[in-house]
Write a protein that binds this ligand. Sequence first.
Ligand code: TRP
Length: 443
Amino acid sequence: MVQKDRENFGSRIAFIMALAGSAIGLGNIWRFPYMVGEYGGALFVLIYLFCAFFISLPILLSEAVIGKTARSSTYEAMGKLAPGTRWRMLGLLTVLSPFIILSFYSVVGGWSVDYLFRSCVSALDAGSQVSACELFGKVSGTSWETLLTFTVFLGMTALIIILGVKNGIEKFTKVAIPSLFVLIVAIAAYSLTLPGSWEGVRYLVTPDFSKLTSGTFAYALGQSFFSMSLGVGTVLTYSSYMKEDDSIVKSGIWTAVFDSIFAILAGFAIMPAVFSAGLEPGAGPSLVFETIPFILTKMGETAPVLSKAVTVLFFLTILGAALTSSISLYEVVELHLMERRNMSRKKACVVIFMAAWVLGSLCALSFGSLSGVKIFGETIFSFCDIFSSNYLMMLGAFLFSIFAGWKMDKSVVQGQVGKFFYFMIRWMSPVVILVIFVCNLVI
Ligand code: TRP
């Protein structure tokens, strides 16, 4: 039931845009292309698409069913749908995970603020691979700079959240998502005009079976979880604001389609440029922040105006995509505090800002002054990333599918998602997660 005093999205499109906004983010532009580069090009893309539609989509639907049925944050939802049980603990997990992800995600968001600013005021000083690496070292390793840009990014996120679901999240994503598609298509078109770029296209469309390892599937699955924002209550929270007559399945399929298309477009924006410059596609996490500035600066030697325009648009796209995702992480914790602690939207927003600033600052500094601080052999940033992406999200996703598939009323769930997806929610998703999880521990 839609409660009277609760904010809701204004239309079906608004809900899809918000959900797609949450999905489309750094995961698509920063993570997906470098994973494609490292794990075998087209083959990785195919396995990724399989995971996205057959394993991740059912999990997205299970979160959505819970959110739409309960109309509240995860914690309260568990209280309503399974009163007196320990399922409420899941509500606490889904406060912890989005909070940790928000903190380190905002650091990367801050880098995009930094690169955007730099490319607006002057040319990026990245004309050789060494200078491109030095630039990234400066951006991520200078304490005051990384703290400043991280704070700006977190502040922008908080501002959208304070405006609320309709005036903040809905208005922003409705403009941002179509714009992001236009931008990424424009960048891909530019990339394809570069000399030698067709090698990159070939890389993206020809499967290389020699690169297939047992890890490929696990990485593709993990990436599709991250990209579709699963397992931390984001989808649940947004679905609690959806209109009563909206179809969960249609919205879910659209989200998966938009998210996958955007990831593939990002691949076509980045890989051809990488090949054109004769660089290694498997550069890893630095692909976007080192390789791309290098390529664009090089292009600037022959076409300065065009290359500058593309550089600005490129980092604007990354920033926009990062913001549509960070707001979805923020909103999960926001709704929890508003419901559980009875806080006003403003107060909850300020509390989260302060707490995320503390953890995020530690993550930001782990590329510079705190680089020596290690947790289980990892820097604070990597630890937060690995701990949340490999463990907390998997656990959350597993529990959401068990809850929707086995604990909730069959007629309610099947009535909303249909027979096929109900079967997938009950069997396919939890079993696959379990197998991958155990394999990861054993390997
Ligand atoms: N999906 C986003 C991306 O691809 C990031 C994100 C938003 C996320 N909400 C999430 C990741 C929830 C995990 C869980 O960049």
